[in-house]
Design a protein around this ligand. Structure first.
Ligand code: SAJ
Length: 411
C-alpha cells in the first residue's frame, strides 16, 4: 500500500530545493522549507523569489497563500525530509560533504523512527550511506532499520525547472527496497515521469554519468574545433555533415563548459576511481583548456591589429539565453583578457545583465555596451555565447572586422 506523507521538510531552499518545496506544497503536501539564511526564509514566506526561474513565482505565491508552504531556519518534525544542499568541490577536486553532514545532524535531532530521509544533492558514490551514518552516529538510540534513506538526484535543466521537475523520469535509489518504495510514493505526489527504482549507489553514479556523458561529448566537439581550425576546416559544417549519419550525434563546440554541474560532477567520478576514469578526466581537461585556446586566438588577432584596438565580446553568461554568470568560460575569457593589459579597449555586450560583474566593473577600458555600438566601434569581434539576441546580427555589418565566432552562429 502506498505511503502517505502528511508533513515534508525540504532542507536547502536553493535552485532545486525551493522549486521542489513549492511544487510539493502546490500538490497538496504540507511542506516546510528550511534554510540557514534568514533572508531566504523571509523572502519565501513573503512569496518573493530569491533567484530567477521561469514559472516558479506563480507556484510559490499560490503555495504560500494557501498555507501549504512556509519557510523557517529551524528543523521541523516531519514524516519525510528532502535534503537539497550544495556539494561544492574542493581544490583537491573532490566533493565537500559538509553541508550534507550539517543537514543530517540537524535532521537527527527531530527523528522518532520510521521517517524517510532523501538526499537530492548531486553526490559522489557512497554519500547517501555516509549521510545515514552521520544521522545514526548522532542518534545512538536509533537502529539502521528505524530509518528509510534514499538518493533521488535532481536532473532538471535551469530555465525549465518547473516543467522538467514534473515531467522528467526520476531515478530513486534506496538503501534497501523499502526506502526506495517509500521515496517513490513521495515523488508520485507530483512527478508524472517514470519512477525508476534502484539502490542508492547506482542512483548517485547515474546522475554523475549523465553529466559526464555530456561533458565527454562536448569535449569531443571542442577537440574537433581545435583540429579543424588547424586544418582550415569549418567545424560546424563538419559536425552537421557527420551528424547526417544515422548513428552519429556530435554536440556543439564552444568557448568551454560552464555552469555548476557539468564542469564539476565528472570530477566526483575521477575522485572515486582515479586509476580508471581516464577518458572522463581527459574530457574535463580538454573542456577546461578551451577558454585559453580562445584567448590565444584573440591575442593573435590583437598582435596583427594596430595598437589601441577595440575588442567586442559578445556574451558573458555560461550558456545561451540565461543571465547566470557562474562558472562561465566566457566571463573567464573576458576577465583574463582584461588583466593581460594588452592595451585594447574591451566592449562587452550582454543583453541579460544591466551592469558588469564587480571584477570587470573596476577595470579600466572595459565597458558594457549595446550590440549596435559594439559592432560599429570594434575592430575585433568575439562571439562567446549563442544568445538568440545575437542571431539577428546581419553578417554584412561584420564585413571588414576580424571575427572570432566560438559558437558558429555568424558563419
Ligand atoms: N555546451 C556546449 N556544447 C553543447 C552543449 C552545451 O558547449 O553542445 C555548454 C554550455 O554552453 C554550457 C555547458 O555546456 O557552458 C553546460 O550547459 P548544459 O545546457 O549542457 O547543461 P546545464 O549545466 O545547464 O544542466 C545540466 C543538465 N544535464 C544534462 O543535460 C545531462 C541538466 O539536466 C542537469 O540537471 C544539470 O546539468 C544539473 O543540475 O546537474
Amino acid at each position: 500500500m502506498a505511503r502517505n506523507f502528511a508533513n515534508v521538510a525540504v532542507v536547502g531552499l536553493g535552485y532545486i530545493g525551493l522549486p521542489t518545496a513549492a511544487i510539493l506544497a502546490d500538490h497538496g503536501v504540507k511542506t516546510v522549507g528550511v534554510d540557514i539564511a534568514p533572508s531566504t526564509v523571509e523572502q519565501v514566506n513573503a512569496g518573493v523569489l530569491p533567484f530567477v526561474e521561469p514559472g516558479l513565482l506563480e507556484v510559490l505565491e499560490r503555495a504560500v497563500a494557501k498555507g501549504q508552504l512556509k519557510a523557517q531556519t529551524d528543523m521541523p518534525v516531519a514524516d519525510a525530509y528532502i535534503v537539497a544542499v550544495p556539494t561544492p568541490f574542493t581544490d583537491a577536486l573532490s566533493a565537500d560533504l559538509t553541508y550534507i553532514e550539517t543537514a543530517a545532524r540537524s535532521i537527527a535531532t527531530t527523528l522518532t523512527g520510521g521517517e524517510l530521509v532523501i538526499l537530492e544533492s548531486t553526490s559522489p558514490p557512497g554519500a547517501t550511506e555516509h549521510m545515514r551514518d552521520v544521522i545514526l552516529e548522532a542518534r545512538m538510540d536509533l537502529n539502521a532499520e528505524d530509518l528509510l534513506v534514499a538518493h533521488c538526484p535532481e536532473r532538471v535543466l535551469p530555465g525549465k525547472i518547473m516543467q522538467e521537475m514534473i515531467t522528467n523520469d526520476r531515478i530513486i535509489g534506496g538503501i534497501g527496497t523499502e526506502a526506495a518504495e517509500a521515496a517513490r510514493d513521495l515523488y508520485a505526489a507530483f512527478c508524472q515521469g517514470e519512477l525508476l527504482l534502484t539502490d542508492a549507489r547506482t542512483a548517485e553514479m547515474a546522475k554523475l554519468t549523465e553529466n559526464s556523458f555530456r561533458d565527454v561529448n562536448i569535449a569531443f566537439a571542442n577537440e574537433l574545433s581545435v583540429i579543424s581550425h588547424k586544418l582550415g576546416i569549418d567545424v560546424w559544417e563538419l559536425i552537421a555533415l557527420a551528424n547526417h549519419h544515422p548513428r552519429v550525434n556530435i554536440l556543439q563546440p564552444g568557448p568551454g563548459v560552464g555552469g555548476h554541474c557539468i564542469a564539476v560532477d565528472p570530477w566526483f567520478i575521477v575522485d572515486a576511481a582515479p586509476e580508471e576514469a581516464n577518458l572522463i578526466r581527459t574530457a574535463r581537461q580538454t573542456n577546461d583548456a578551451k577558454p585559453d585556446w580562445v584567448l590565444g586566438r584573440i591575442e593573435q588577432a590583437l598582435d596583427i591589429g594596430a595598437a589601441g584596438s577595440k575588442v567586442a565580446l559578445f556574451g558573458l553568461a555560461f550558456k545561451a539565453n540565461i543571465d547566470d554568470l557562474r562558472e562561465s568560460p566566457s566571463l573567464a575569457i573576458v576577465e583574463r583578457l582584461s588583466s593581460l593589459a594588452v592595451g585594447a579597449e574591451l566592449l562587452v555586450v550582454e543583453p541579460h545583465i544591466h551592469e558588469l560583474p564587480p571584477k570587470l566593473a573596476t577595470r579600466e577600458k572595459v565597458s558594457l555596451i549595446s550590440t549596435e555600438r559594439a559592432i560599429q566601434e570594434a575592430d575585433i569581434i568575439v562571439l562567446l555565447v549563442d544568445h538568440d539576441a545575437f542571431k539577428n546580427v546581419d553578417p554584412v555589418q561584420l564585413e571588414g572586422k576580424t571575427v572570432i565566432d566560438t559558437r558558429g552562429i555568424w558563419r
